[in-house]
Every structure is written in C-alpha cells, then in structure tokens.
Design a protein around this ligand. Structure first.
Ligand code: ATP
Ligand code: MG
Ligand code: MG
Length: 352
C-alpha cells in the first residue's frame, strides 16, 4: 500500500489519517503553502483536502509529482465558471447561470437572468463566503465584475448531497443521498440514510458517475443538490471527502474517509453497507460537552482548532439503529446543547 500524502492539514486530513490507522496505512497530511520541500517517494500518492493553495515551493512540488491525483477535476471545479460549464456539457441540470463580465454590462446580464440571484465569487469561496443575494432592481456591486457568476435563486424544498467514489479501473460506489441543512451558506447538520425516492438516488448516481468518469476522477467526490418540487438540480461539486459525508463514520461499515483511501490506494472498492439512521451536528464556534457522551449513539469528533465565532471546530454523529431510537437520542441531546443550536435538533427531528 503506498504512502498517502494529503495536501492540507485540516480536519479532513486528520480524519483520513484516523481511518487509515487500524490498517497501519501511512497517511501524511501536509501544509501545501509551506516553503519547505518534502522528501517525497516516487511511490507516494498525493490527494487533497483543499482545492486552493498558492504556488509555494511545496505546493508546486506536490502538483508536479507523477502521482498527484485529479489535476483535471481540480482544474474544472476550482473555478465556478468552469464547473458550471462542465455540468452543462455533461447535461447535468444546474441552476440557470451567467458569468458576470464588465461592470457596465452586469445589470443587463442580471436582468436577462430575470429573477432573484445568488452571486458567487468564481474562486476561493466556501461555507457561503464570497456570496451575495441579489433581487431585481437592486444595485450591482463593482467588485463582482469579471470575478463572479450569478445563479438563479432556487426556491428548493430541501437540499441533499451524494457522496461517491471511483477508482482507476472506473468502478464506482455511492452512499444513499444525505439530507442537509445549510444556514447562511454553512452546513448546520445532515441526516444520513433516510428513505429517498429510488429514482432520485439513481439519477444522482448517474450524474456523479458521469462527472467522475469524464474527469477520470479517483477518490471520493461529493455532489450537492437542491430538490425543487421533487426534482434534483446540482448546486456544486467537491472533489474530496465532504462535510455532508461525515455521518458515514458512524452510519456505514466503510466511512467516506476509508472509501477515499481504498480508491486512491487501489484497494478493493466495494459498496459500503449502511445501517440505521445517523444525524451529523456541526459544532460551529462552540466547544463540546462531556455530558453528551451520556446520550446513546453519540460520537464526538473534535478538530483541535481554536474556537472562533461560526468556525467549524468539530462535529457530533448521533447514530441509532432506527428512526424511533434516533428521535429519543435527539430529544435528549437537544436539552444539552446551547440554546442557539436547539433549532438544529428541531430540524433533524422534522426530517425523521
Ligand atoms: P461549501 O462550504 O459547501 O463549499 P459554498 O460556499 O461553496 O459552500 P454553495 O454551496 O454554493 O457555497 O452555497 C451555500 C448554500 O447557499 C447552499 O447550500 C444553499 O443553501 C445556498 N445557495 C447557494 N446557491 C443557491 C441558489 N442558486 N439558490 C438557492 N440557494 C442557494
Ligand atoms: Mg463549495
Ligand atoms: Mg456548498
């Protein structure tokens, strides 16, 4: 089994390392922005947990390694204009969009879109950063010119995501669609393994499979979707393990982290067995409480980051064998979280 270098040393790299530990597979998260070059081996496999980094000496060294994976997909996804064009080319439905050009023409472009819009910076945005809401008649901002796309605002009923993996041989496996709740652009919670319409699951797998095949992708990829009147529209792609797949640490026999390792290291890629129901609760700028461990089914993942307002510093998976049992655990936990987070449990209970 090759050594796996992860470009990025945040929580995703940490959790890849944790998934590898029982098998003693070596996973080495590194900071790609560093100026120090690494002692890399030809046999190393390089994967990413982040999509952007400057052309630092180490960043260049990683990208130039012969086993740097998914350069094509990263190039396609890193810029929203390219990403939306990719989806259009592959006939994967997305929200209508335009790429905003010069300042003088932006108002006309938005008028042509003809509806409330979400303006998104083409590069570098995550957790809802670099986005604006725009209503017809409102002024446009000079800073959007040539830097942003505008998307029709979709009045979705809810959001789901598909996490899947592909290996070099082109084999693909998927988890069931995950139900997600974003607030102000940031994921508050997910529920994994709810019943989903079979045709939605099938369509989503077909689309993500088409995208991964087209890009010759190897590893785990996530596809975020809106559900509007029962129909799926793709929001965006994440060419890596994804926050909406964290529930698989508790709710599947192979977590998304192990699945990614299997795909990139050419280990057997088999469909994960998923059991029970799992809610994932993101800790945004809050510490965890030891009393939560008294709630059946609770697993705390703490990222050892400094707590700052709104920052993702950990998550909690609540896993139970069935919906009734999960409801019990959610109600118990709801009484033990900060008042501002109790709504997260109301949301989860409403999904069950
Ligand atoms: P991530 O952290 O997932 O990478 P991001 O910053 O790249 O997020 P998006 O996924 O594009 O941002 O948007 C964040 C959230 O904002 C979405 O999950 C959705 O709730 C809302 N949103 C984004 N685009 C639209 C849209 N066109 N219509 C309605 N809501 C939208
Ligand atoms: Mg994103
Ligand atoms: Mg997103």
């Amino acid at each position: 089994v090759p050594r796996i270098i992860v470009a990025g040393n945040g929580q995703l790299g940490q959790m890849l390392q944790q998934a590898a530990a029982p098998m003693q597979i070596e996973v080495m998260p590194v900071n790609p922005t560093s100026d120090d070059r690494l002692e890399l081996r030809d046999s190393d496999v390089i994967t990413v947990e982040l999509e952007h980094w400057p052309d630092s000496p180490r960043g260049v060294q990683l990208k130039d390694h012969p086993n740097f994976l998914n350069a094509t997909a990263l190039h396609s996804v890193i810029d929203r204009e390219r990403q939306k064009s990719l989806l259009d080319r592959l006939n994967v439905p997305t929200a209508p969009w335009v790429s905003l050009g010069d300042e003088a023409g932006m108002a006309a472009q938005l008028d042509e879109l003809g509806c409330p819009a979400v303006i998104k910076r083409r590069r570098g945005g995550y957790d809802g950063r670099g986005q604006w809401r725009w209503q017809p008649g409102e002024p446009v901002l000079a800073e959007w010119a040539n830097e942003c796309i505008a998307e029709a605002m979709i009045p979705f009923s809810h959001e789901v995501s598909l996490v899947g993996a592909r290996n070099r041989a082109g084999e693909k496996v998927f988890y069931p669609l995950t139900r997600n709740w974003h607030e102000s652009g940031i994921l508050r919670a997910s529920v994994g393994n709810l019943d989903v319409p079979a045709e939605q699951q099938q369509l989503a797998e077909e689309w993500l499979g088409r995208i991964m095949d087209d890009q010759g992708y190897v590893g785990v990829m996530a596809m975020e979707c809106f559900v509007e009147e029962g129909h799926l529209l793709v929001n965006e792609l994440a060419p890596r393990v994804h926050n909406s797949g964290h529930w698989t640490q508790a709710g599947a026999d192979i977590s998304q982290f192990e699945l990614h390792l299997r795909a990139v290291a050419d280990l057997p890629l088999i469909t994960p067995e998923v059991y029970g129901v799992t809610m994932m609760y993101n800790l945004l700028g809050r510490d965890w409480r030891t009393e939560w461990l008294g709630v059946t089914g609770t697993h705390v993942h703490w990222y050892a980051k400094e707590i700052r307002p709104g920052r993702k510093v950990g998550h909690v998976n609540l896993h139970r064998p069935n919906v009734e049992a999960l409801m019990d655990s959610l109600k118990q936990m709801q009484g033990q979280v900060d008042a501002e987070d109790q709504c997260v449990f109301d949301w989860a209970l409403a999904q069950l």
